[in-house]
Ligand binder design. Structure first.
Ligand code: AHM
Ligand code: MG
Length: 336
């Protein structure tokens, strides 16, 4: 716990002072994302009380058309980002194509990719869900932003992070070089307060997180690695924890140490690379875990080095404590 009260805004502007040439555009953008997630958090907390969980197009008690929570989260993020003046284009899990800023609003230099409500299959049962975001500097010269601006490797992210809407709401972000910081939302103040400064993931954990129901589709190296972590030995067997909500599984493993795996499998020949999306799930969490001292890989390649081919590209994702991820990589190479 920090020894003084630091709001996320003051923390962001303190970080900005490390870069005297900074215009404040990026800091303002991050504050806008924090604001959007506060609104989403409020709505997630109200979700049990109002009939917002039905399909898009239902009518609430005020006679208003209500939106599903994931649609609500998408809309509020887009609205705030488009009006921020700091962004020229946006990509989300919910939209097939990129979204540009309307012509009557000012453009900025950043592009943002995000998953508005990850783990949305858990919404109806009060299990923690979250928002994941990734910020890049526009790479091309078109001031409106194009799809190719989004096809940059994760290593070029300016900043990435996530918010977990759980027993409390926590926002975690990194700018890659300045550490990983967590802020817990104080609902009475309506402020994110610094609660987890400079997070470091333990070098090795004792937790593995994978959907074991899919064992029949795993590749041989995954099967052998999981057998290994379940076998008795030095610190093993590991304990199994799988919520099925990436942000929540990731956040727990970040704090306690552990490994999360959504590997490639043989289930669907059209989807050989697993389920999770590179731009707004894998790459941002990879930036966070590396900045915290951990690793993120496909098994054979560093996630942050992957050059995306398309907006909604899927990749195998294995990330967490450094030594655990290195063990998995050794199994992939057939060395163990
Ligand atoms: P979503 O973006 O449609 O919510 O899907 C992503 C979620 C992750 O949060 C989670 O890790 C994974 O899907 C769980 O998938 P599965 O049910 O196949 O284990
Ligand atoms: Mg998702």
């Amino acid at each position: 716990m920090a020894d003084r009260i630091v709001t996320i805004e003051s923390h962001i502007y303190e970080q900005q002072r490390r870069f005297p040439e900074s215009t404040g555009e990026f800091s303002g953008l991050l504050c806008d994302i924090a604001l959007a997630t506060k609104v989403i958090s409020l709505e997630v907390n109200r979700a049990g009380l109002v009939d917002i969980l039905g399909g898009t197009g239902t009518i609430n008690i005020q006679g208003e058309r209500v939106r599903r929570l994931d649609v609500f989260a998408r809309d509020i993020m887009i609205d705030i980002l488009q009006r921020s003046g700091k962004v020229c284009a946006i990509a989300t899990e919910e939209d097939a194509d990129i979204i540009q800023v309307p012509r009557d609003l000012p453009n900025g230099h950043y592009i943002v990719s995000f998953d508005p409500l990850d783990g949305s299959s858990n919404i109806d049962v009060n299990v923690s869900i979250g928002t994941i975001f990734s910020i890049h500097y526009k790479s091309g010269s078109d001031e409106n932003g194009t799809e190719s601006d989004f096809l940059q490797p994760g290593v070029k992210q300016i900043c990435a992070g996530y918010v977990v809407y759980g027993s409390s709401t926590i926002m975690v972000y990194t700018d890659g070089s300045g550490g990983v910081h967590g802020f817990t939302l104080d609902p009475s103040l309506g402020e994110f307060l610094l609660s987890h400064p400079d997070i470091k993931i333990p070098e090795r954990g004792r937790i593995y997180s994978i959907n074991e129901g899919y064992e029949c589709w795993w590749k041989e190296h995954t099967r052998r690695y999981i057998e290994y972590v379940k076998s008795e030995g030095d610190g093993r067997p590991y304990t199994s924890r799988y919520i099925g909500s990436l942000v929540s599984d990731f956040h727990r493993n970040l704090l306690y140490g552990g490994i999360f795996l959504y590997p490639e499998d043989t289930r669907d020949p059209k989807r050989p690379h697993g389920k999770l999306r590179l731009l707004y799930e894998a790459a941002p969490l990879a930036l966070v875990v590396e900045a915290a001292g951990g690793k993120a890989t496909t098994g054979t390649e560093r996630i942050l080095d992957l050059e995306p081919d398309e907006l909604h590209q899927r990749v195998p994702l294995i990330l967490g404590s450094r030594l655990d991820v290195e063990d998995y990589e050794a199994f992939c190479r057939g060395e163990r």
